[in-house]
Design a binder for this molecule. Structure first.
Ligand code: SF4
Length: 316
């Protein structure tokens, strides 16, 4: 039987970012250096495939430090941790390595600097996301107010409207965040913040590629995990950019073929924590059913790389 033709638009950039790549390498180095088990506080990056692979090599994933023994190394995930976490690890004289993405650490430093200058902080982010928890946890309790939506801006109660600054989660929707920043600036004209926001290059680039790809395709799949903020934003961006069907899939098994019945084109991208092997698995699943022609939709070329320490050092 001849297969129906299908144009598969492949977004570029897609998938792994420099922060995710670095965090995974840090866990692998720790396993080599200290041998298993190495503990990792929270999923090192939000992807089940990556976590399962590291678990098979001897990593043990926990949610809190009190689940780790004193005498085994522990790694903090790419999302960052509240200040109290390394402080507690130091108090317990544990071996710990911080795999926080440097772009998240940059936001932590910004928040601390504004606090030292006497400004109250507003964080634009998602409640409960580990990155938001980590960034808010850089300052004493109550010093960072969270806003998630434009509506929240109207009700947020600040100490002094003249002494305010904002930071953002790195993996938000660029467009939604711009709206929230505008609302903050309208209500608090003296608020200070980064030049645009703290959304990272990888999040921005993946959303731009989706905006270019979504109007071309009958349907769009984002390879990523349901707890991955940047992956979920890609689905929203795709739907808003005009794609009638945009879905998150963790891997090929999740594809709802009935929903795709009758399509002649599909867009494929992946969140920053999804490895290329899963993207290829999805493409192969389409090749099994269709005669696929792949067309790249490239909106940026990335050459960002974060140094992985040659030797894992433990903070003094
Ligand atoms: S998505 Fe951005 S902030 Fe998050 S790990 Fe990747 S580069 Fe760092």
């Amino acid at each position: 039987m001849t297969k129906p033709p299908l144009t598969l638009y492949l977004a570029a950039p897609r998938g792994f970012c420099a922060g995710v790549d670095r965090a995974i390498k840090i866990v692998e180095m720790a396993l080599q250096k200290w041998g298993p088990p190495v503990y990792v506080r929270h999923e090192i990056v939000h992807n089940k495939y990556v976590v399962d692979d590291l678990r098979a090599k001897g990593a043990v994933f926990v949610e809190e430090l009190d689940e780790c023994p004193d005498d085994r190394p522990v790694i903090f995930s790419a999302h960052g941790v509240p200040k109290a976490v390394p402080a507690e690890a130091a108090r317990r004289e544990m071996l710990f390595v911080d795999a926080t993405c440097p772009l998240v650490s940059k936001v932590h430093i910004e928040a601390a600097r504004h606090h030292e200058n006497g400004l109250q902080m507003i964080m634009i982010g998602h409640a409960g996301h580990p990155e938001t928890v980590g960034t808010m946890g850089q300052l004493p309790e109550g010093e960072v107010l969270l806003v998630e939506t434009v509506e929240d801006v109207a009700s947020v109660r600040v100490r002094d409207p003249e002494r305010l600054a904002f930071v953002t989660q790195t993996t938000l929707s660029v467009d939604d965040t711009a709206d929230i920043v505008r609302a903050l600036q309208a209500r608090f004209p003296a608020i200070v913040g980064p030049h645009k926001e703290d959304i990272c290059y990888a999040t921005t680039n993946r959303q731009e590629a989706v905006k270019a790809m979504a109007p071309l395709a009958d349907a769009m799949l984002v390879v990523g995990a349901p707890n991955s903020s940047n992956s979920k934003r890609l689905v929203e961006v795709g739907a808003r950019a005009g794609c009638g069907y945009a879905q998150l899939v963790q891997r090929a098994d999740d594809i709802d073929w009935r929903a795709l019945d009758g399509i002649s084109s599909i867009g494929v991208t992946a969140g920053a924590s999804a490895p290329e092997v899963l993207i290829n698995e999805v493409i192969d699943a389409f090749r099994a059913k269709y005669s696929v022609t792949v067309e790249m939709v490239e909106t940026a070329v990335e050459n960002v790389e974060f140094k992985v320490p040659r030797v894992l050092r433990v903070p003094a």
